[in-house]
Design a protein around this ligand. Structure first.
Ligand code: NDP
Length: 311
């Protein structure tokens, strides 16, 4: 069995896979061509086009992350090879921390206090009842469902939205267009944890941002393409003319790294983090990757990515 690994820490991944499969040839994508060609499996994050093009007998591709948008968009991705992706694999917990921090940031007015402190102003803000702070979570997958339940456990009323109907303890689950309207109409904080697909790209456009209640806040750790950035800036307004939305915490962007001249960097009510809400932990992910490879080799069923749905 030959496995080729391509990501930022490929050597560490190779060492872990060699331990699990002592008889396999495990190489990084910068190995000589003859060593990396004719692989049985690719374990990759954002693989270069040539790495896919030179393979002739792949049995499976493991995406070393939860989002498969970059992989599915890579030209030359064979359509007859099953693709699997990381499902939680240790990402749901740090993501829940990030989102809970974000919700509390707005709910407890830390965004306002940062600005008041810069003017040395002592101006206590009311602490609303949590029951009056419904949070909407778009995307109830391996990560989104855990985030929704964490927020619910912290005492916030949580509404969730997914493509298919769901039943999750402590979460008021919705789906379909009417379901989205119901979530957007009430969410004081909206969390977007959807994959980037043909159906979700640009979902939060000017019209949908306007559906959020006055003073609502947005947290996007999903994908930049979910939000129409120009519409978001419009909805936030500026200090002279504040808009409909109070603030945003953004981890992902249409262009990454976020260009230095992007106005989101300078916006007083936007917090930017550099796509770091839930990094892939080697420890959590390696066991899942090993399980996938063993299942492929044994011909056992694995839950594969649906290229038509895009996730
Ligand atoms: P999953 O694939 O497990 O779940 C995706 C969820 O989105 C599902 O609930 C799915 O619905 C829902 N969904 C997909 N398409 C639609 C649609 N058209 N309408 C409504 N709902 C839809 O993904 P994860 O939870 O693992 O991750 C979600 C995303 O988070 C990833 O795709 C990635 O983009 C992002 N991410 C970001 C990270 C970061 O560091 N910033 C780290 C990890 C992930 P259904 O349940 O019905 O299938």
């Amino acid at each position: 069995m030959k496995i080729v690994v391509h990501n930022d820490s490929a050597r560490r991944w190779c060492a872990a896979l060699e331990d699990a499969f002592p008889h396999a040839a495990v190489v990084t994508s910068d190995a000589p061509a003859e060593a990396r060609q004719n692989a049985d499996y690719l374990a990759v994050w954002k693989p270069p086009e040539w790495l896919l093009a030179e393979q002739t007998r792949l049995k499976g591709i493991v995406n070393l992350g939860a989002g498969v948008d970059a992989l599915l968009a890579t030209p030359g991705l064979p359509d007859n090879v099953p693709v699997v992706k990381l499902r939680d694999a240790g990402m749901a917990s740090p993501m829940a921390d990030y989102v809970l921090y974000g919700v509390l940031h707005f709910y407890r007015s830390f965004d306002a206090y940062v600005r008041l402190q810069s003017d040395a102003r002592w101006a206590p803000r009311p602490v609303p009842d949590k029951a009056d702070w419904p949070v909407g979570v778009l995307g109830l997958g391996a990560i989104g469902a855990h985030v929704a339940q964490t927020l619910s456990g912290a005492g916030f009323p949580v509404m969730g939205w997914s493509r298919t109907a769901k039943d999750i303890d402590g979460v008021d689950c919705h789906h379909g267009d009417a379901g989205l309207d119901a979530v957007l109409g009430r969410a004081r904080t909206l969390v977007t944890l959807l994959p980037d697909t043909d159906d979700t790209r640009g979902l939060m456009d000017a019209g949908r941002l306007a559906q959020l209640p006055e003073g609502a806040t947005l947290i996007n750790p999903g994908r930049g393409a979910l939000i129409d950035e120009a519409a978001l800036l419009e909805a936030l307004g500026d200090d002279a003319t504040p808009g409909h939305l109070r603030g945003a915490l953004l981890d992902v962007f249409a262009t990454e790294p976020l260009p230095a001249d992007n106005p989101l960097w300078q916006h007083p009510r936007v917090t930017v983090t550099p796509h770091t809400s839930a990094p892939t932990p080697l420890g959590g992910a390696i066991d899942q990757v090993i399980d996938y490879l063993r299942a492929f080799e044994a011909g056992e069923p694995v839950s594969t990515v649906n290229p038509a749905a895009g996730y």
